[in-house]
Ligand binder design. Sequence first.
Ligand SMILES: Nc1ncnc2c1ncn2[C@@H]1O[C@H](COP(=O)(O)OP(=O)(O)OP(=O)(O)O)[C@@H](O)[C@H]1O
Ligand SMILES: [Mg+2]
Length: 328
Amino acid sequence: MTAVTQEAGAPFGAAPPPADAAGDAAIVTSGLTKRFRGGQIAVDTLDLAVPRGSVFGFLGPNGSGKTTTIRMLLGLVAPTTGEYSVLGLPPAHALPRVGALVEGPAFYPYLSGTANLMRFDAADPTAVRGTAGRRVADALERVGLSAAAGKRYRNYSLGMRQRLAIAAALTQPRELLILDEPTNGLDPQGTREVRTLVKEIAADGTTVFVSSHLLAEVEQMCTHAAIMRTGRLVAQGTIASLSSGLVTRVRVETPDVADAARVLGTLGLSDVRPSDGAVTAELGGHAPEAVNAALVGEGVAVRGLAVVRPSLEDVFVGLTGEGFDVDG
Ligand SMILES: Nc1ncnc2c1ncn2[C@@H]1O[C@H](COP(=O)(O)OP(=O)(O)OP(=O)(O)O)[C@@H](O)[C@H]1O
Ligand SMILES: [Mg+2]
């Protein structure tokens, strides 16, 4: 599965998964489509396969259909056409085993974290009343809010609010957690905290399906990703497989740009690009240490040498020919 050989409109991994694949998949969609009144197609024949145990990044620019997809998965909005299963079941049957965060739930500002979660839990018809206190305390502990459990919500920081929203999804044992942009609006510290929390939850065996419009975030947090563009799936697979078809470049920082470019060319590296204070080239099959040795051997002063692997942004640009920007 390589990303670059894909033709537009024919994303790999897009063939509808066989029925028996649903057993290993946390989410399978086939031809899932949502056309809103007024004709706009928000999600266009989407075929997703989310493996159990993955941290699956659902990546796309603003307006690319992420929230609409998640709302369909959670039964909050009906698809126009298409099929889907969650945890191998029709969504309505799976929902008690799914925790979700979509557009932060409304919490009461004057109630504490604990009191808010108790109210939240009381509204859940599948929750066992007698265990609510313990389950709420456990969920708060899970997201690192035990110390702030008695504090009023209005005094929570943004990161604490987001943790509480995730805790609300964790008051019952969940096999699948669906989080719509859980780091939205957080500062770098809060973002790091939520990312760490997602990894911890996944390490406990919960599949996490997390949307984001931040490429770097998905690269850091996720094992798999699907990339959306105006409602259509552009690519999906493991993070490594998504970029496996793209070239890795080497970047040499040096004051001897011309000499370095000549040496790289002699070595057989292609697409050598000199710029101010640095030269980059396609690494191809060359070992970076051999490139470095050759440069130094030819008297080039190497200040830095870095292997630049393709990012998910490169994947997106390579597949769509466009920058990763807001969709119309
Ligand atoms: N209720 C609605 N009625 C009409 N159009 C809608 C509705 N909800 C969403 N849309 C449109 O569907 C498209 C996809 O929206 P959606 O919210 O799913 O995108 P998103 O990927 O979640 O974006 P963001 O990153 O900004 O959250 C957008 O063009 C949006 O304007
Ligand atoms: Mg959204």
